[in-house]
Design a protein around this ligand. Structure first.
Ligand SMILES: [Zn+2]
Length: 68
C-alpha cells in the first residue's frame, strides 16, 4: 500500500498516511492516530513519527522483526 508522509500540527511530527484513504473528515496515520484535515500540512516536514516509520517500513519491505 502506498504511503505519503505528511506533517501533523497536532504533535509536530511527520506521519505516514495511506494514499488510498477515502475518509475526508479526518485522516488516519499508519500509527493509528487521527488527524483532522485542518491540522494536516501536506508536506513531509518535521521529525518522522517512529511508530509510523516502523509500520510503513515493515509493509514496504516485508521486514520481519524478531522480538527478543
Ligand atoms: Zn505516526
Amino acid at each position: 500500500m502506498p504511503y505519503v508522509w505528511w506533517h501533523s500540527e497536532c504533535d509536530s511530527l511527520c506521519h505516514a498516511f495511506s494514499t488510498q484513504q477515502v475518509v475526508v473528515d479526518r485522516y488516519e496515520a499508519a500509527c493509528m492516530r487521527y488527524v483532522p484535515p485542518d491540522l494536516l500540512l501536506r508536506e513531509a516536514t518535521g521529525p518522522l513519527c517512529v511508530p509510523c516509520l516502523l509500520r510503513v517500513g515493515q509493509l514496504n519491505r516485508s521486514i520481519t522483526i524478531a522480538m527478543p
